[in-house]
Design a protein around this ligand. Structure first.
Ligand code: PEP
Ligand code: MN
Length: 368
């Protein structure tokens, strides 16, 4: 009988700390502390909050005593350890300050974040042809959407199902942006396509099936466009946050987390179980903005409006809604797509809740 040798557990030396500076700390002092910490082989990251500056420390902090660091400067208020496995995405790492993802679009800056109006992303599952994508873009813009969604590269369960029009669909998305002024969110599935998709997309979507595609996470983390990270259909919250951590660790701080329903024991009446409890849970764990996708979350157009309203009431920062000019003829996800008319009505309903919460902007002016 072969015996398996006992393997000593590998110590996770990647602990982290944050250095909280006192209000009004001089800039030179923050620089001096950061330089000194670099000499200790730590990677300091300066995070400027509304009231305070915090220096996040990534590296081997396990053997360091927070008191040792506090001695560096009288301007240090306190030094805290980040106990969570995720570091940069954790709420502690920003000392409780929510982050904002600011996206430049042809109509101006759009901000995803807890202290901003809710951002609505709408459009078809797939980009099918120029006429439908341009028409959908104009109709959703006219009632207040700020981003157009639409897949050029589609992750389909069956290899025989429509896979998306690929590169030519990216050109159609660019045409729809031109015609509508909307920002563009579209999925990238392959590391080899990141640059190409990023040329057109204002936000890169990493789909549920790729949430743990680590080479892809590293690649989108090493470029500048913001990333919409969908939750894997069987991913725990920790796994999801660790996936986001990959993107931040690779250098891109602009990540939006999108809940799109998870797989539970009953998929008979709804395609997935939309986990709205993640809104308060994520709020307690991370500073990153949150998006809810009730279209994939339910799989049924008739359930989408109620879940969209519930998500807004529960405090989401953004909504993603699939809209198709003729859902019965859609090449993908027709059953969960709203018609432009139903979407218009939904936006009015959302407006009532959004305004009551102080998180709604007036609809955009109609585009011709
Ligand atoms: C989509 O947004 O059309 C999509 C494929 O989403 P998910 O990755 O959440 O299934
Ligand atoms: Mn879809």
């Amino acid at each position: 009988m072969t015996t398996i040798p006992a393997v000593a557990p590998i110590a996770d030396k990647e602990q982290n700390m944050i250095v909280v500076m006192k209000v009004g700390s001089p800039e030179e002092e923050i620089e001096r502390i950061s330089t000194e910490l670099q000499e200790w082989r730590l990677t300091p990251e300066k995070i400027v909050g509304k009231h305070k500056v915090v220096i996040g420390l990534v590296g081997d902090t396990a053997s360091l005593d927070p008191l040792q660091i506090e001695e560096i400067s009288p301007w240090i208020e306190e030094v805290l350890r980040v106990e969570k496995p995720f570091k940069r995405v954790s709420l502690e790492f920003r000392h409780g300050e929510p982050s904002e993802v600011v996206v430049p679009t042809s109509s101006g800056l759009v901000t995803f974040g807890q202290h901003h109006p809710v951002v609505v992303v709408a459009g078809p599952c797939s980009v099918e042809n120029e006429e439908m994508i341009v028409a959908t873009a104009k109709s959703v813009r006219a009632v207040g959407a700020q981003f157009l969604r639409g897949g050029a590269y589609k992750p389909r369960t069956s290899p025989y199902a429509f896979q998306g029009h690929g590169e030519s669909a990216l050109e159609l998305l660019a045409a729809a942006r031109e015609a509508s002024g909307l920002g563009i969110i579209t999925e990238v599935m392959d590391t080899a396509d990141v640059e190409k998709v990023a040329e057109v997309a204002d936000v890169l979507q990493v789909g549920a099936r790729n949430m743990q595609n680590f080479p892809l996470l590293k690649k989108v983390g090493a470029q500048d466009k913001p990333v919409l990270l969908k939750r894997g259909m069987s991913a725990t919250i920790d796994e999801w946050l660790m996936a986001a951590e990959y993107i931040l660790a690779a250098g891109n701080p602009n990540v939006i987390l999108c809940e799109r329903g998870i797989r539970t024991f009953d998929s008979h009446y709804a395609r997935n179980t939309l986990d709205l409890a993640v809104i308060p849970i994520l709020r307690s764990l991370t500073h990153l903005p949150i998006m809810i996708d009730p279209s994939h979350g339910t799989g049924r157009a008739e359930y989408v409006p109620q879940m969209a309203k519930a998500a807004l009431a529960a405090g989401t920062d953004s909504l993603m809604i699939e809209v198709h000019p003729n859902p019965a003829k859609a090449l993908s996800d027709g059953p969960q797509s709203l018609t432009p008319e139903r979407f218009d009505r939904l936006m009015q309903e959302l407006g009532i809740i959004g305004k009551a919460l102080g998180r709604w902007t007036q609809p955009a002016v109609a585009v011709s």
